[in-house]
Design a protein around this ligand. Structure first.
Ligand SMILES: Nc1nc2c(c(=O)[nH]1)N[C@H]1C(S)=C(S)[C@@H](COP(=O)(O)O)O[C@H]1N2
Ligand SMILES: [Mo]
Length: 360
């Protein structure tokens, strides 16, 4: 891929040290805790706010949380570039920063078939330096088609050993202005379990691509060979009618959650307000909300997107008295609709009880 830099996009780099092989891994001081770690997010009915607090946001760690010495931390940019270089944390912080809002979603377990809805989702702000700025300084060679990102963590996941967490992105996505080398979430420095001091953030793409404890970006001509891009995180493409094509776990599929009413809530007939969040890598076009009583199905109002945020939907349904299941079904901007069942992004249904308004 040949990359041309616009004149107004040149960032002045007051530094640019040639990297020494493997030097960036010196900052790694061990894993704590070590081994697989997952923190489940709060239930959908607790995710009413546009911005998800750190406490309500899930965490997914395959091999252990890396303990990183910030003094020793280095980011190396190498591979198919004219000008490989390395940056310290202070140097990274001197570069022009960007803050953006993005939903953050975990694909779910890469060792189970993706048939169950996971709802590991939130919406936060990230602050950091666009990866674009660093790639432009390094000057990609025309043969470069992918970036490989490396974390400082190593160990074992599902019986497979890995000497590092390694992911890849097509260079085209890596050069999109939203991809960040981030050091803050929701305005605060990244904590250890969040991937601090520095992680990659790939808005619109599954969380697995956002490498935590980032230490290296390498430009390459082919996909990365590590287990997290080969053994794990490739799936059967559900849009292939023959079910043969496989695809990397990259773009986030259209999905939604109902945040209000809460499960088993008792509400008053007939007008019941339903609201929630919908998201997709390419934005949400519409959300249909239906109830299994009274034959109701209405298009919700869908709010605007801020950067790569999730989008609010809300609608008032006229429901008869009795038990009722309410379902939201989102359609992406490109026209893909959430499946009704059997898929990680299938529709979310909430059971509610509708009571007559004059019942005391
Ligand atoms: N180095 C490293 N980066 C990683 C992971 C990891 O285990 N190691 N987990 C990935 C997965 S699967 C997800 S969903 C996100 C989770 O980010 P969070 O824990 O901040 O929510 O980080 C990704 N980045
Ligand atoms: Mo994940």
């Amino acid at each position: 891929m040949t990359v041309v830099l616009a004149a107004d996009e040149v960032v002045d780099f007051p530094f640019s040290e040639a990297p020494l092989a493997g030097e960036e891994r010196r900052a790694f001081k061990g894993l704590h805790p070590s081994g697989f770690f997952i923190r489940h997010p709060s239930a959908p009915h607790h995710l009413n706010e546009f911005y998800t607090s750190d406490d309500d946001l899930f965490q997914t760690i395959h091999m252990g949380a890396a303990v990183v010495d910030c003094e020793d931390w280095l980011l190396t940019i190498d591979g198919l570039v004219q000008r490989p270089f390395a940056l310290s944390l202070d140097q990274l912080r001197q570069l022009p920063r960007t803050t953006l809002t993005a939903f953050h979603e975990c694909y779910g377990s890469p060792i189970k078939p993706p048939t169950e809805a996971v709802s590991r989702i939130g919406n936060v702000t990230w602050t950091g330096v666009p990866l674009y700025t660093l790639l432009m300084h390094a000057r990609p060679l025309p043969e470069a088609s992918f970036i490989w990102s490396e974390g400082l963590d190593s160990g074992e996941f599902a019986g497979v050993k890995a000497d590092r967490y390694q992911k890849d992105l097509p260079l085209k996505k890596a050069l999109s202005k939203e991809v960040l080398v981030a050091y803050e979430m929701n305005g605060k420095p990244l904590t250890k379990k969040r991937g601090g001091p520095v992680r990659l953030v790939v808005p619109g793409w599954f969380g697995t691509n956002s490498t935590k404890w980032l230490c290296k970006i390498s430009l390459q001509s082919v996909r990365a060979p590590g287990p997290f891009t080969t053994v794990f995180y490739n799936e059967q493409d559900p849009t292939d009618p023959h079910g043969l094509r496989r695809r990397p776990v990259w773009q986030v599929e259209v999905n939604s959650i109902i945040t209000c009413p809460a499960p088993d809530a008792v509400v008053l007939a007939p007008n019941v307000q339903i609201q929630g969040w919908a998201w997709s890598h390419d934005g949400v076009g519409s959300v249909e909300v239906s109830a299994d009583q009274g034959g109701v199905c209405n298009d919700a109002h869908v709010g605007k997107q801020t950067d790569f945020s999730w989008q609010k939907f809300s609608v008032t349904l006229q429901l008869p008295v009795g038990d009722c299941n309410v379902t939201a079904r989102a359609t992406s901007s490109s026209g893909l609709q959430q499946p009704l069942r059997g898929r990680r992004n299938h529709v979310h249904t909430v059971h509610i009880v509708v009571e007559a308004a004059d019942v005391k």
